[in-house]
Design a protein around this ligand. Structure first.
Ligand code: NAD
Length: 332
């Protein structure tokens, strides 16, 4: 078992990574907890024994679970079950479940403790770590939420065995970005060490910038084009696949700007290929619309803004000329 701490002073918490880590759940339940509310999805089918009274609450599948009305129903069910301020919510699922369980925990009784058991690769290396929680509005994704750190996270890598192949590959898209955030040759490591290496990087970034004032933005490597493709599209792309295409684009852009060498561009391509990820724009992409969407990106305060690789590693680069963005889109 690998244990990593997310160092946030008195809100620090452990992340346990390894096969069968779920067996350690009881050891992370704080002593004064009297009741546990599990939040999960029916198709996940993962449960665990615990020596306390429990209730289980099922969320719908997919982004439709990330709605304020679902938070309301969940909190009503907690209240009917007598969940109090000193009890615990345990989210067992992918990023959708941990985002919803985490946000419900942040607002129920003005905040109760939550423990995450991420069951997707994306959840284990990203969504469950760092305390970002939230739901969508019809106006956009993740527009309502809170920073609410869990009291512990369990990344049981055996739970990934039942994950559909496409979901696993989507997680690999997020994994690919950690290669360029100081992870090095992650693809040569066994799965549990790979997950642990990503958790370590994410924990470090979160500790240095909990509320995304600066460094945490680097975690969005590859995400500017990914978000544009997700908004633009009727494309059949999972999030991690869109991120992979975004990483290829960011690498080509950095190369064109003279920020990275031929070898570094090749290394980006090697990593994406090693994980079986797509690199090209989906057929039917519209460069005009994509460039327009780049301008609406949350990071775009000073002209077109991207996280790009360079001599000092990843950094946020502002004021990128529009014609360059178009040129690379056309070349992809
Ligand atoms: P997801 O939670 O929708 O899970 C994908 C599918 O896999 C679902 O159908 C789920 O029921 C199923 N599943 C989950 N675990 C399984 C298992 N072990 N076996 C079989 N099936 C399983 O998708 P995701 O990719 O994990 O998460 C995406 C969400 O995460 C998005 O809403 C995104 O906004 C959010 N996210 C949040 C953060 C954050 O920091 N809070 C970071 C990244 C992404």
């Amino acid at each position: 078992m690998i244990q990593i701490e997310v160092p946030l002073g008195e809100r620090s918490y452990p992340v346990l990574v390894g096969p069968a880590a779920l067996g350690e759940l009881s050891s992370l339940v704080p002593d004064d907890v009297r009741r546990v509310a599990f939040v999960t999805q029916e198709n996940i089918g993962i449960s665990t024994e615990i020596h306390l009274p429990t209730s289980t609450h099922y969320l719908p599948n997919g982004e439709e679970a990330k709605q304020l009305s679902v938070i309301e129903s969940l909190c009503s069910a907690f209240a009917q079950g007598g969940l109090t301020r000193s009890d615990l919510i345990v989210g067992i699922g992918g990023g959708v479940v941990t985002d919803v369980a985490g946000f419900a925990a942040a607002v129920y009784h003005r905040g109760i403790r939550v423990l995450h058991v991420p069951t997707t690769l994306l959840g284990q290396i990203d969504a469950a770590i760092g305390g970002k929680t939230g739901v969508n509005l019809s106006e956009g994704k993740n527009l309502v939420g809170a920073f609410w750190q869990p009291c512990g996270v369990i990344c049981d890598t055996e739970l990934l065995a039942s994950l559909p192949e496409r979901e696993m590959r989507s997680g690999m898209g997020e994994l690919a970005k950690y290669h360029f955030l100081g992870g090095g040759q992650l693809d040569s490591l066994p799965l549990d060490e790979r997950v642990a290496a990503c958790v370590r990087i994410k924990a470090e970034v979160v500790a240095s910038d909990e509320r995304e004032g600066g460094g945490r933005a680097l975690l969005n490597y590859g995400h500017t084009l990914a978000h544009a493709l997700e908004i633009e599209g009727s494309f059949d792309l999972r999030h991690g696949e869109a991120v992979a295409i975004g990483i290829e684009y960011a690498a080509m852009l950095a190369h064109e700007m003279g920020r990275i060498s031929d070898a570094s561009l090749e290394e980006h391509r090697r990593v994406l290929h090693a994980y079986g990820l797509p690199r090209g724009l989906p057929a039917g992409s519209n460069p005009d619309r994509i460039v327009k969407l780049f301008g609406r990106d949350k990071k775009a305060k000073n002209g077109f803004t991207f996280v790009l690789d360079g001599p000092e590693g990843l950094e946020v680069v502002e004021g990128i000329p529009e014609n360059l963005l178009r040129k690379i889109l056309e070349r992809m």
